[in-house]
Design a protein around this ligand. Structure first.
Ligand code: PMV
Length: 321
């Protein structure tokens, strides 16, 4: 008589897991960061929540609003993250309160929240560096050659100075603390081309006129460091000026547009200490403006008249209880 095979030991079913990751704004240094220069980025209060529930095998519940290319891209990115975290038997669902594809870090927040949930479900370590490794797999699918700034900022959840030399696997990170509350008004310009397209069009201009573009990139990197010093001193006017000059240089690189510039100028006319595009830019996206009191600025009729979608966020410094 054949002996009954001992029942295979079942791995304990993971209990429901919830992981949150914030969106981000780039305060100074986008694009130049891809070429090894420093940049500053800070987390938003809004972000992405990933929920992982026990299932037969690893899978992603795709949001019904996502169609066509976006669906395929998210599925492919998820498959990479699932593989990198050991394919734990969970079904992951995502919920976001971030505007999508406007440069506020929604893809990085998806990557970090998903990485946290998957690693947790797999019983693996969830230190920042473990999360970054898995999230980078997703970011590579989304953006091809990301600098790593977006998902690093989301994983740290703090205002950071980030720099990654082009040959290095990882970036170096320093948390920048601010003695004063640092508050931004964030205004949405609108739809824009995907980051990978804007980055690749810029790369073509750099390849054609390397020394001219390299000079501008270097200056942008210096602004990021000057901005970090200004934040540490609590010198908001110097930080604002660095943002203005950074916006001018992004324009010189061909990364702004008439509707971005119009919003930047409107915000400056309303008293912003500095205003610039944030993220990849191109033809739309979002603009950030440094105000001492962004709530008061938001109440000004000029923004409502122009039907601008905007919100305020404190990105660093002491918070009122
Ligand atoms: O995708 P966005 O809009 O958050 O832009 C990413 C920032 C870039 O510097 C343009 C690209 C990168 O990989 O850092």
């Amino acid at each position: 008589m054949a002996r009954a095979r001992p029942a295979a030991k079942k791995a304990p079913a993971p209990v429901g897991i919830t992981a949150f990751a914030p969106g981000k704004v780039i305060l100074l240094g986008e694009h130049a960061v891809v070429y090894g220069h420093p940049a500053l980025a800070a987390p938003l209060t809004w972000g992405v929540t990933a929920r992982a529930a026990p299932a037969k095998r690893v899978g992603l519940g795709l949001p019904p609003t996502l169609t066509g290319k976006g669906r395929k891209l998210l599925q492919a990115a998820f498959a990479r993250a699932a593989g990198a975290s050991g394919n734990p038997p969970v079904r992951v669902t995502l919920e976001s309160d971030l505007p999508v594809s406007v440069g506020l870090g929604s893809s990085a927040a998806v990557a970090v929240a998903t990485a946290r949930a998957l690693l947790h479900a797999a019983g693996r370590p969830t230190r920042v560096r473990d999360v970054l490794d898995v999230a980078l797999e997703m970011e590579r699918e989304f953006h091809a050659t990301p600098s790593g700034l977006d998902h690093t900022c989301s994983a740290y959840g703090e205002l950071i100075r980030f720099q990654r030399k082009p040959t290095a696997a990882r970036g170096t990170v320093r948390v920048v603390s601010s003695a004063r509350p640092l508050k931004l008004l964030i205004a949405v310009v609108g739809d824009r081309s995907p980051t990978r397209e804007t980055v690749s069009a810029l790369r073509q201009r750099i390849d054609r006129w390397p020394s001219r573009y390299r000079r501008v990139m270097e200056d942008i990197g210096k602004l990021a460091d000057e901005g970090a010093e200004a934040i540490a001193r609590g010198d908001l006017e110097t930080l604002g000026d660095a943002m203005n000059v950074n916006h001018g240089l992004l324009g010189a690189l061909g990364l702004s547009s008439p509707r971005i510039d119009a919003l930047v100028h409107l915000l400056r006319s309303m008293g912003a200490l500095g205003a610039k595009l944030t993220g990849a830019g191109g033809d739309g996206g979002a603009v950030i403006a440094l105000f001492r009191d962004p709530e008061r600025a938001m109440a000004q009729p000029a923004l409502a008249r122009a039907k601008i979608r905007c919100f305020e966020s404190q990105i660093a410094g002491p918070r009122a209880l």
